[in-house]
Structures are given as C-alpha cells and as structure tokens.
Write a protein that binds this ligand. Structure first.
Ligand SMILES: [Ca+2]
Ligand SMILES: [Ca+2]
Length: 256
C-alpha cells in the first residue's frame, strides 16, 4: 500500500533563528507558522509570535522581508483566512502600514505605494486615538474584537505595543520567496512506516507546543491538523496515523 509521499520537518524555533544571526530588536519575535503561498502573487506568508510592531518588522527585515503589504481585498482575505484564527485562536495581525515618520501619512514598509486600504471607518480609523496618544501602526482586526464598532477583517491604527487590543497582536511577514530560518536546533523527525500505519516521531522541548499536520500533496497550500496540539516533554514524542490508502505529507510545527 502506498501511503506516504514523504516526511519532513517544518519545526522552527526562536533559538534556531538567533543561531543564524542575532539582529537587534528581533529576539522578542519568532515564526509560529508558514510558509503559506499566495497563488495570486506567489509570495509566502509567515505568522510571527505576538510582539510589538517594531520588533515584528525588525524580525522581518532581518530575514530580508517586511510585515505584509496588502494590495487588494483578495490579499487581505488570504491573510485573514490563513491567520486570524490560526490554531483555533483569535489573532489580531500586524501589517506593514505605518505613519510613524509623518503623522497622518501612511506608508508601507516595503516601499510600495499605498493603493488598497481597509480602514474601519465605522470607528473613524485611522484616528490616532482621537489625539489622546500616538497610534502609528496598523493591524487587521480579529474575528471577535469584543467591540461591535471594531469590525473583523478591517484595519485600525494602534500604538507600537498594541495598547488596548486583546489578545496581543501577531505579525504577518511577507516574503518574495521561502526564507531560510537558519539551522534548526530541534533534530529532524524520525519516521517509522508500516504498511497500514504512519508514525511521526520528533524530539520535543520541555513545555514546547507542537502540532502535527498533514496534507495530501507537496503542492497543496493547506495543512490539516492531526489531532490536538501537544505539549513537549523534553523527549521524543510519536504520533500514529492511518492514512487509509491516501497519500499524506506530514510535518511538525511549533505553535504558541
Ligand atoms: Ca498616527
Ligand atoms: Ca485607531
């Protein structure tokens, strides 16, 4: 029975990134998930851990990228679909739009000119906190903001630390090509394959959080979760799956 196309690891940890180069202001940030390819522009998108906007952008720049530039409703929806509910958690999302250099003049950190925008005009965004304090950084509103005037998928300007937004804001990094996250300190998974069963084993870190995922083909964009997230024990963890004759590609992701 042909049950397996391949097994590979996509485990990425903060430490692995630091091992490559430790740029200033990026150590508060690491990759949670990705790459996810947008077929419309062939760019790749990564979900970053919750951090300030400036640390998120600095992390992206250190990897030759920027926080996402959103050029159309379709691209906004791609980011929303991929990330605002990633891992079953509502996630507000940083994008690369800022007016930190000149109040009221928003620019993309990628340097692209501003065309499409999706400000939540219902609450007057971008409103710079109605002058009460500075709001120079843009995020995409998550599914349930807790405020009926703050609409999901629309944009709001907030301070660098995301003051007032719950939960904290996660960066979306956009890359023109798949980035090299650097050497992976988590040893690659070891696979034990039987005719009717696949076992994915990986070395876990104590209290790390892992999600085993699969998809039908290497070229598919979407990963399906295999079971629930797993808490690391500091030792090898093995997960079994019975693909029932279908082709499956597996990976283990580090999640928050
Ligand atoms: Ca502002
Ligand atoms: Ca605002």
């Amino acid at each position: 029975m042909k049950t397996l196309l391949g097994i590979f690891a996509a485990s990425i940890s903060a430490a692995s990134v630091f091992a490559q180069s430790p740029p200033t202001n990026t150590n508060a940030c690491h990759i949670i998930a990705g790459p996810f390819r947008n077929e419309a522009n062939n760019h790749f998108y990564y979900l970053l851990s919750a951090a300030t906007w400036s640390n998120s952008e600095a992390f992206a720049v250190a990897h030759g990228c920027h926080l996402a530039t959103v050029r159309s409703e379709a691209e906004n929806q791609f980011i929303v679909n991929r990330f605002t509910h990633y891992g079953g958690m509502d996630r507000p999302l940083w994008i690369g739009l800022t007016d930190r250099d000149q109040e009221g003049t928003f620019v993309w950190t990628s340097g692209e000119s501003v065309g499409y925008t999706k400000w939540n005009t219902l609450s007057g965004e971008p409103n710079n906190a109605r002058g009460e304090y500075e709001e120079d950084f843009t995020y995409i509103v998550q599914q349930y903001s807790g405020n009926e005037t703050v609409l999901a998928t629309y944009w709001n300007d907030v301070p660098n630390d995301g003051y007032g937004v719950i939960p904290p804001i996660f960066g979306v990094m956009e890359a023109p090509a798949v980035i090299d996250p650097g050497p992976d300190i988590v040893p690659p998974p070891v696979a034990h394959v039987r005719l009717d069963c696949v076992q994915v084993c990986f070395n876990s870190q104590t209290n790390g959080h892992y999600q085993v995922q699969f998809r039908a083909a290497l070229s598919d964009n979407y990963w399906f979760n295999l079971g629930s997230p797993i808490t690391g024990t500091g030792a090898e963890i093995c997960i079994s799956d019975t693909p029932n004759g279908t082709n499956r590609v597996y990976r283990v992701s580090v999640v928050q």
